[in-house]
Design a protein around this ligand. Sequence first.
Ligand code: NDP
Length: 285
Amino acid sequence: MTQHFIVIGNPIAHSKSPEIHQTFAAQVGIDISYRRQYCPDDTASFNAVVEAFFNGGGVGANVTVPFKQLAYASCQSQGGLSEHARVAGAVNTLLLVSDDSSKDKTLYGDNTDGQGLVNHMMSLDWPLTNARVAIIGAGGAARGVILPLIQAGIGQLTLANRTLSKAEVLVDELSAASNAINEHAVKTCATSALTGQFDLIINATSIGLSGDTLPIADDLDCHYAYDMMYGRALPFLQHFAARGAQTSDGYGMLIGQAALSFERWTTHSIDVTQVTTAIQASKKR
Ligand code: NDP
């Protein structure tokens, strides 16, 4: 029997999720449909889309920009949240769950973005234990990755942002939501003031979309540089590659977060490396 999935966003035409999830389904031998679902950018429309999809027998939905916070609010009021979704204040994976005592199903939200990033770095053999890490950017993407990185065992974490006050507010909010983050004592600074040697620097800004370049201090250095963007040449990665760092864009994170959603919905395990190779090979054809 075909299992039905959607990704809800606005815009949504560019989403690679259908292709990625169909590759997962082929790997584990199940029949799925996975379609892009455009939604007007308002709460009532989003809730109506989610309700119609699950009432119609849908198994799972991904949520992307600009609806991750709305999905969080729906799950908070109607159902449940994973720890990663609760702390991030954002949901990218929706499903229905029921506890043993009840046949009623409620909406449940998870956030797989941060664990997808961690899993990708581990697959690259990048050492995270005790790593000195800087994240540049304090928007939705940074919000979702901080707890999974701390749980992966990183050392000192610095959050840098163009607007320093947003980094400070984010750290205060996350520290209030999670003891692990509170105890980690995350430092903050303005992006232009980020200097020194780190093991890993992560670009979690949306600057790659604008064509602007990040201000990078001359004495800012790292062994590993990761840009959450993908699909284009990234000056941030070029800068650190020229200084000898290992680099990666965020395509593996995209596949990693999708694999975790798929596993949650279907209970099948995905060989992410095999899927990444298959998708890259299909692009070259
Ligand atoms: P947001 O809009 O929530 O945040 C944008 C961040 O970028 C803010 O910190 C903002 O700083 C900063 N920024 C934007 N323009 C500039 C600039 N010109 N100079 C310096 N800083 C700038 O975006 P998201 O957090 O949702 O997304 C960030 C990136 O992560 C995107 O490129 C997105 O595609 C990528 N992403 C990748 C995923 C993957 O699976 N690979 C998953 C999720 C996101 P300020 O606060 O000062 O405005």
